[in-house]
Design a protein around this ligand. Structure first.
Ligand SMILES: O=C(O)CCC(=O)C(=O)O
Length: 235
């Protein structure tokens, strides 16, 4: 991942990387139009689709290739940058989340079902991801004293989370209509943003609009059964 070093977020847990304008507006539009309208699963606070499928109860992926609109150009560029270098299968799964204003996701970790690299491409509006150190002391009932960082994810950007950032932190998105107090002191990836002027012009505020995230991962446990059943096995 040598080329990635320039994108490392300096004030965040090791190792998080941020690339603004990872895809073009045209590519963003093409991906948004390709998301199937009839595959959304609605949760109480957002809707999502798992591609190619949800994991089974034993966190196994029934193998099936990702559609081209999810892999070109995004996964091709991951490969050029070595983002999933050393992962067992490379990218084999993508979770698509859609957030309306005032929708978010509770602090959580992605856990052991995946190789510890997650690469998130953002489409639509900007959003703040809150990253918090996991409290190690089992007796502690809250996150008091834990380190926390705010990552601003702009449209068309890429955020890569790996290493200790993957293993030792929780991430979540507040269910607000506006993120505020955004500046060089409060946003860990401020120096890497594509358009900090926009935030400055809005007095450090980001008004939420519809945002879609594509979170690419490598699921560790893969079953080839579905590929064989549907005649897609490559050997
Ligand atoms: O939408 C995002 O950027 C975060 C998604 C997420 O945390 C997840 O899918 O586990």
């Amino acid at each position: 991942m040598g080329e990635m070093e320039q994108y490392r977020i300096p004030n965040a847990p090791a190792s998080m990387f941020y690339i603004h304008d990872f895809i073009t507006e045209e590519q963003e539009g093409t991906i948004r139009q390709s998301i199937p309208a009839n595959r959304w699963v609605s949760l109480s606070h957002r809707r999502l689709q798992a591609v190619p499928a949800r994991l089974t109860a034993t966190n196994t992926l029934l193998a099936s290739p990702l559609p081209t609109w999810l892999t070109v150009p995004v996964v091709t560029r991951f490969n050029d940058l070595g983002i999933f270098e050393g992962s067992p299968h490379g990218v084999n799964h993508c979770l698509i989340n859609e957030y309306l204003p005032a929708q978010g996701i509770m602090p959580h970790e992605d856990g052991g079902a995946y190789h510890p690299v997650v690469a998130t491409v953002s489409l639509g509006g900007s959003i703040v991801l809150d990253v918090t150190e996991k409290v190690q002391d089992a007796a502690a009932s809250n996150q008091d004293g834990a380190g926390s960082w705010r990552i601003l994810q702009e449209p068309r950007s890429l955020l890569v989370t790996t290493g200790a950032a993957y293993n030792d932190t929780l991430h979540g998105i507040a269910d607000v209509t506006e993120d505020h107090d955004l500046n060089g002191h409060t946003v860990a990836n401020w120096s890497l943003l594509g358009n900090k002027q926009f935030i400055e012009d809005h007095q450090g505020r980001n008004e939420r609009t519809v945002r879609i995230s594509l979170t690419y991962r490598d699921v560790k446990k893969v079953s080839r059964i579905s590929s064989k059943l549907f005649g897609k096995a490559k050997g």
